[in-house]
Structures are given as C-alpha cells and as structure tokens.
Design a protein around this ligand. Structure first.
Ligand code: SAM
Length: 201
C-alpha cells in the first residue's frame, strides 16, 4: 500500500519522463533484465503493462526505494527488488538499464560505474541509459534545479548531484568496449532534457 504522497510522486514521474521512447528500447520477449537504481519500480511496472515476458531484477542502494517498490508491486518468481550496489551483483543479463541515476554518481566514479553495469551484460546484451541533457540551455538549468531540490529535500539519495549528458555516457560506454553506441535526444515536448544512450556487449 502506498501513501498519497508516494502515489503523487509516481504520477508526476510517469508524466514528466518520455517513457514511450524509453520503453521502445526494451526487448519484451523472455530474457533477463537488471535495472540499476530501480527507485520505486516504475520500469518494472511499465514493462509489465507492456507485456514483458522475461524476468526483472531491480537494485537500488536506498532501502526506502526498494521497500516502496516491494509494497507497490510485490515480488514474484519473475520480479525482485534488492537493496544493493551494482558492484556487488553477480550473474549476467540480456538487458541492463540505468535510468536517471548517473547525476547521483560522482563524476570521477562514473567510468567504473558504467563498466560495472556493462560487466553484468551477457554476450550481445544491451545497456540502456537515460540521462539528462539535450535541448536548449534553459532545460539543463531546470534539470539541475530539480535534481538539487530532490537531493536537498532528501527525496533522492546519492553521493553527488552533478549533470551527466549523453556524450559523457557514450564515452564511458566506448571505454568499456560496448558496440553500436547511439545517443538520442528524446526530450522534445517535455519540460526537462533527456538523452537516451544505448550500446551492446
Ligand atoms: C531519479 S531516481 C530514478 C529511479 C528509477 N530509475 C526511475 O527512472 O524511476 C534515481 C535513483 O538512483 C538511485 N541511486 C543513487 N545512487 C545510486 C548508485 N550509486 N547506484 C545505483 N542507484 C543509485 C537512487 O536511490 C534513486 O532511486
């Protein structure tokens, strides 16, 4: 059961992110997916709504977030939420997602963080990263303001709060040997700037 404030937060996030473009990146057939920084479980919810047939593992270092995801969606044979850091996870996955997390990772640790996410991919597996960036300069200023507000108010926990755009993510993905890297600006029509970066192992 979620509180009214938790439901409100989910509703705002559902409306303010271009989920249609994000969801188009995922393979819905049977397979395995690791969602790094899963937060309250929106990706799991949207995958289920879209008919995803595979299994989903969401991890997040913030126990409040995994607890909320569990209360909202529950755990099953095909879905689990764990309070953990990607550095301590094992196994290989057909898909790994990292949605709106990198601004919370200190810039000097981002290359190794992306590398830890890429290390969880099976051969041919795909990494999908959503990050802020793209669009006019005012969007980036707004992104920064919202990110600072969310961390300042304690809604979101992270070791940093600094922007990370698609070009920066693409460099890290190249650095750890991913192939076919693409950066797409998917923020048109949204208040915030969003870039989607994909690559395969
Ligand atoms: C803006 S929320 C995004 C949540 C979810 N991915 C979504 O798109 O709805 C950022 C999430 O990143 C998590 N996070 C912060 N630092 C992290 C880290 N080092 N590794 C993984 N997740 C982290 C936070 O706890 C938070 O749940």
């Amino acid at each position: 059961m979620l509180s009214p404030a938790e439901r409100w937060h989910l509703r705002i996030r559902l409306l303010s992110v271009p989920w249609h473009s994000v969801m188009a990146q995922f393979d819905m057939s049977p397979g395995t997916l690791l969602d790094v920084g899963c937060g309250p479980g929106l990706l799991s919810f949207l995958l289920e709504e879209g008919g995803y047939q595979g299994s989903y593992s969401g991890i997040d270092p913030d126990a409040r977030k995994t607890g909320r995801a569990e209360r909202w969606l529950g755990q099953s044979d095909r879905r689990n939420f764990t309070t953990a850091d990607v550095g301590v996870t094992h196994g290989s996955f057909d898909q790994v997602s990292l949605l709106d997390v990198l601004y919370l990772v200190p810039s000097e640790r981002r290359a190794s963080f992306i590398s830890a996410c890429a290390a969880r991919l099976s051969e041919g597996g795909r990494l999908t990263v959503l990050t802020s960036g793209g669009g006019p300069g005012w969007k980036r200023a707004l992104d920064r303001l919202q990110e600072k507000a969310a961390t300042g108010l304690g809604i979101t926990h992270g070791e940093a709060c600094a922007p990370c755009d698609g070009a920066e993510v693409a460099r890290y993905m190249e650095g750890c040997g991913l192939r076919g890297i693409e950066v797409d600006d998917i923020g048109a029509g949204y208040l915030h700037g969003f870039e989607l970066v994909t690559g395969s192992a």
